[in-house]
Design a protein around this ligand. Structure first.
Ligand SMILES: Cc1cc2nc3c(=O)[nH]c(=O)nc-3n(C[C@H](O)[C@H](O)[C@H](O)COP(=O)(O)OP(=O)(O)OC[C@H]3O[C@@H](n4cnc5c(N)ncnc54)[C@H](O)[C@@H]3O)c2cc1C
Length: 416
C-alpha cells in the first residue's frame, strides 16, 4: 500500500494524478477463509483490520451485500462521544474514543475526526440531576466531563436560545470536550484500505443468504456469489442482525427500527460544537461542507425501510427551532434513514452465540458510529481468542438471561 503524504500529493499533483493506486482490491470469493466477517460497515471492516493487524489473521473475508459503508455507517450523523453512564459502557466507549484520537495516523487515512465538544442540554430539574450524576460518574471513570451553568452554555454556543423566553428553558448542560464528529465514509474506506493491504478480501455485492449447520457449528456460508467455509464467522450486520440470526437458527433480543436524519442547505460556519437535547429529541452539528446535520428519535414502529416518517421530521424541526430560532429561514436539503438494531437495555451485544464458531456484534442502535474503532478492536480479540475481550465481556448475550442489563437509554440522547 502506498503511503498517503503531503509529498505524495505534491508528486501526484505534478504528474497529473496518474499514479494513485486503488484504495482496496476488489476480491473474488475463495472457497475457504480462517474468518468470514458478514457485514461491510465500519464495525465489520474495523474487525477485519484488527484481526490482521493485531492477531496475525489475514485469511479473512468481509462479505457485504451492497457497497461498503452503505448501511448505517454511511447514514449516521457522525457524532463521537463517550459520555455513557455505567462503568462498563464508559470503559468501552472511552476505549473507542482513545482509538479515534489516533485513527487517522494509524490508518494513514484522514477520517476528519474533529474534537469540537458535545453538549447535552438540561431543560428541567430531572435533566439537571441526571446530567450532574452523569458528569460525576464519568469523572470517577476517568472520562472528561463538565457541568455548564446556563451562562457558560451560552458562551460556548452563542446561537443557542437560553434566555427566559426560550420555549424550553436551558438550565445547564453536560459538556465533553474530547467528543465531536468524524467523516463516516472515510472511516469505512480507511479501514477497508488498511485491511486490504494486509491481505483481507473485501467482497462487495455478496449477500449472505443462508448457513449450513453441522454439530452446533456453521459448516458453510451460502451467498449470492457461491458458498464458502470458514473456521470462524463474525456477524456484524446491524439492522439485519435478527434476520441473519434467524438463518443461523437462534433468536436475538433486538428490534429493528428506522432512524432518520436530515441536512440543511450549506451555510457559512455558525455552529462549532454538537448540541443534543434528550428532552426534546433533537441534536445538531455543522458539517465541514456547511450543512447543519440534524438528528432525531427513531420511528416507533418496526421497519426495514431506510426511510423515516413525516411526523418525526415535524417534531424534529419544531424542537430545533425552539432551541435555535435563528435557523428558521434555513431550507432543508435532503433526508434519509437507516435501520438500527436496538436491544431492550440500549446497549450492544458483543460475544459468542449458541453456535460454536459464530460470533456476534450488534445492538448498537442509534449510537454505534462512535464505537466503531473500539467495537472492531474488542470484537477482533473476541473472535481471535474465542473468548470475550475484558471490555466486551459484560456485553454478551447471557445478560438477557442473567438479568445483568446495562441500561443506557439515558445516554442515547434521543428516545429509543
Ligand atoms: C440516521 C442515523 C443517525 C445516526 N447517528 C449516529 C451518531 O451520530 N453517532 C453514533 O455513534 N451512531 C449513530 N448512528 C448509529 C450508527 O450509524 C450505527 O450504530 C453504526 O454505524 C453501525 O455500524 P455497523 O458497521 O454495525 O453497521 P452498518 O454500517 O449498517 O453495516 C452493516 C452492513 O451489513 C450489511 N448486511 C446486512 N445484511 C447482510 C447480508 N445478509 N449479507 C451481507 N451483508 C449484509 C449491510 O448492507 C451493511 O452494510 C446513526 C444511525 C442512523 C441510521
Amino acid at each position: 500500500m502506498r503511503t498517503y503524504s503531503a509529498l505524495a500529493l505534491l508528486r501526484e499533483g505534478l504528474s497529473g494524478h496518474r499514479g494513485w493506486q486503488r484504495a482496496w482490491a476488489d476480491a473474488t470469493p475463495k472457497p475457504h477463509y480462517d474468518v468470514v466477517i458478514i457485514g461491510g460497515g465500519g464495525h465489520g471492516l474495523a474487525t477485519a483490520h484488527y484481526l490482521a493487524a493485531e492477531h496475525g489473521i489475514s485469511n479473512v473475508a468481509v462479505l457485504e451485500k451492497g457497497w461498503i459503508g452503505g448501511g448505517n455507517t454511511g447514514r449516521n450523523t457522525t457524532i463521537v462521544r463517550s459520555n455513557y453512564l455505567w462503568d462498563e459502557s464508559a470503559r468501552l466507549y472511552d476505549h473507542a474514543l482513545g482509538l479515534w484520537e489516533g485513527l487517522s495516523d494509524a490508518l494513514n487515512y484522514n477520517v476528519m475526526f474533529s474534537q469540537r465538544g458535545v453538549m447535552n442540554l438540561a431543560h428541567n430539574l430531572g435533566d439537571v440531576r441526571e446530567g450532574k450524576r452523569r458528569v460525576n460518574a464519568l469523572r470517577l471513570n476517568g472520562v472528561d466531563s463538565e457541568w455548564l451553568e446556563p451562562a457558560a452554555v451560552k458562551a460556548f454556543c452563542p446561537p443557542l436560545e437560553v434566555g427566559a423566553a426560550a420555549r424550553y428553558p436551558v438550565m445547564g448542560a453536560t459538556l465533553q470536550r474530547r467528543a465531536g464528529t468524524a467523516r463516516h465514509d472515510a472511516v469505512a474506506w480507511g479501514y477497508a484500505r488498511a485491511a486490504s493491504a494486509r491481505g483481507v478480501d473485501i467482497i462487495q455485492n455478496c449477500e449472505v443468504t443462508g448457513f449450513r449447520r453441522e454439530g452446533g457449528r456453521i459448516a458453510a456460508i451460502e451467498t449470492t456469489r457461491g458458498s464458502m467455509t470458514a473456521g470462524k464467522v463474525g456477524m456484524v450486520v446491524a439492522g439485519h442482525s435478527s434476520v441473519l440470526a434467524d438463518m443461523a437458527g437462534f433468536r436475538l433480543p433486538v428490534e429493528s427500527h428506522t432512524l432518520q436524519a436530515l441536512v440543511s442547505e450549506p451555510v457559512k460556519p455558525v455552529l462549532d460544537t454538537v448540541v443534543m437535547s434528550n428532552a426534546v429529541h433533537v441534536y445538531v452539528s455543522q458539517s465541514d461542507k456547511g450543512e447543519l446535520v440534524i438528528g432525531a428519535g427513531i420511528d416507533d414502529y418496526l421497519s426495514y425501510a431506510q426511510r423515516g416518517s413525516f411526523p418525526v421530521i415535524e417534531h424534529q424541526m419544531g424542537a430545533l427551532l425552539a432551541l435555535f430560532p435563528s435557523f428558521s429561514r434555513l431550507r432543508m436539503l435532503r433526508g434519509w434513514g437507516g435501520t438500527v438494531d436496538i436491544c431492550p437495555d440500549a446497549s450492544p451485544i458483543i460475544g459468542r452465540t449458541p453456535l460454536d464458531n459464530l460470533f456476534i456484534n450488534c445492538g448498537w442502535g442509534t449510537g454505534g458510529f462512535k464505537a466503531t474503532p473500539g467495537s472492531g478492536h474488542v470484537f477482533a480479540h473476541t473472535i481471535a481468542r474465542g473468548e470475550p475481550h475484558p471490555l466486551a465481556a459484560p456485553f454478551g448475550l447471557e445478560r438477557f438471561t442473567s438479568g445483568r442489563l446495562i441500561d443506557e437509554h439515558g445516554a442515547a440522547a434521543v428516545a429509543h
